[in-house]
Design a protein around this ligand. Structure first.
Ligand code: HEC
Length: 103
């Protein structure tokens, strides 16, 4: 039980760090500049069934997925080329932006 409480405490302490980690205004600029919106929709709310919505998604999940695409685990995945040029900071900014959008 004390271990669980400590775990919760650490999680709560890290929470603000995670939420301020990315600059969402910069993320919005990147989303236009790198054309993420053309498939994922304006503010990540596409209605096209070929593409996942990014609005309201957990920022860490978005970063994790972008890293997965960068690793090119699926050689012909459409996202690989889009993820390739993104730096760690850009991934954080994009994740902050999309996670803040209303689904
Ligand atoms: C040409 C269309 C296209 C463009 C442009 C595009 N994506 Fe994607 N994206 C996809 C497709 C298709 C998938 C689904 C791939 C999969 O899950 O295997 C996807 C999946 C994702 C996922 C995972 C979503 C999930 O729920 O697992 C993220 C995150 C993502 N894209 C972010 C971005 C970002 C950030 C950009 C801009 C830098 C971008 N995408 C540009 C087509 C696109």
């Amino acid at each position: 039980m004390p271990a669980l409480r400590l775990h919760l405490l650490v999680c709560l302490m890290l929470l603000p760090l995670v939420s301020i980690a990315g600059d969402s205004e910069r993320g919005r600029e990147l989303a236009w500049q790198y054309r993420c919106m053309t498939c994922h929709g304006v503010e990540g709310r596409t209605k096209d069934p070929r593409y996942p919505r990014l609005a309201g998604q957990q920022p860490l999940y978005i970063i994790d997925r972008l890293e997965y695409f960068q690793a090119e685990i699926e050689p012909f995945n459409e996202m690989n080329g889009h993820a390739r040029p993104l730096t760690a900071e850009m991934k954080r900014d994009l994740a902050a932006y999309f996670s803040e959008q209303r689904l």
